[in-house]
Design a protein around this ligand. Structure first.
Ligand code: GLN
Length: 282
């Protein structure tokens, strides 16, 4: 029987299967580290290590799934967001770095040691809700989603992270809030135009369509949230919404038309309009 291949060989073969680029090499290492329960630096320190045949076979399966386009985060079941490592599954959108802007803007509006009621609409993996709950232990966060499968992922993440100041409710946008009012409502809703070609490319092909696209102009979910939010905002409370790079003017218009004050838009790290917000001052 021939010896099973060493880490160095496994990585070289997988890198070629994934296209041979530096990115392919990095992805091969992420997948092999995941299979072996090691870090990527461990792999580079032990290139001669020969994993058991079963681990090699599992690695080959993951490389093939990646070659067919499956997102890395779904293959490893995990993605970093803010300071948190979150479990993800195909039931939830993979957290994006640009959404950390929404967390920063929310934190700037939540005093660090005061109790506050916060809602995160369409929480998916729980990324935003759990980042806020971890940074503001005195606050209480209600995380909602229309999808029971998504809520199960978010709940498991809260439990794994030991965050007890988060609760969950199933429902569509403000429909999950019952009669409650909040000091701050955040959402990264779906906002891609239904006909956008990006939905057929890259990771987006494998993510839940309901977490990505929202009607012809991408604004259906945002319109629904803005229309209902004032009934759930305390006087002086903020509503913050992530949106597409070209949707700033439309979202500001919706917020102003619904009677919100101090309406403005913040730019993401790529310099694009990304989060618009307003304040309920009845
Ligand atoms: N920002 C995501 C993307 O363009 C979309 C997420 C969303 O619709 N909320 O890939």
């Amino acid at each position: 029987m021939s010896e099973s291949p060493a880490v160095r060989e496994l990585l070289a073969v997988a890198t070629q299967r994934l296209g041979g680029s530096a990115e392919a090499r990095a992805e091969a290492a992420i997948l092999l580290a995941h299979v072996l329960g090691r870090t990527r630096s461990w792999l580079y320190a032990w290139p001669e290590f020969r994993p058991a045949a079963a681990a090699g076979a599992r690695f080959a399966q993951l490389v093939e799934a990646r070659r067919k386009g499956q997102p890395i985060a779904y293959l490893t079941g995990s993605r970093a967001f803010w300071s948190l490592q979150l479990a993800v599954s195909p039931a939830v959108l993979i957290p994006r770095p640009e959404t950390e802007l929404l967390v920063e803007l929310a934190l700037a509006r939540l005093a660090s040691d005061l109790p506050a009621e916060v809602a995160d609409l369409g929480t998916g993996s729980g990324a935003i809700a759990l980042a806020l709950a971890s940074e503001r232990p005195a606050a209480h966060v209600l995380a909602t989603d229309a999808s029971a499968d998504a809520l199960a992922v978010a709940r498991a993440n809260a439990q794994d992270l030991g965050l007890a100041n988060v609760d969950f409710a199933q429902g569509d946008w403000c429909g999950a809030l019952a009669e409650r009012r909040f000091d701050l409502i955040v959402s990264n809703p779906p906002y891609i135009e239904a006909a956008d070609a990006h939905l057929g490319q890259g990771d987006l092909r494998f993510e839940p369509a309901a977490a990505l696209a929202s009607g012809a102009d991408g604004l259906d979910a945002i319109r629904s949230i803005v229309a209902a939010a004032p009934r759930h905002l305390r006087p002086g409370a903020w509503l913050l919404l992530e949106h597409g790079w070209a949707q700033g003017p439309a979202v500001r218009e919706l917020l102003l038309a619904r009677g919100l004050a101090e309406v403005a838009t913040a730019h993401d790290c790529g310099g694009q309009e990304r989060v618009s917000f307003g304040r309920w001052l009845p």
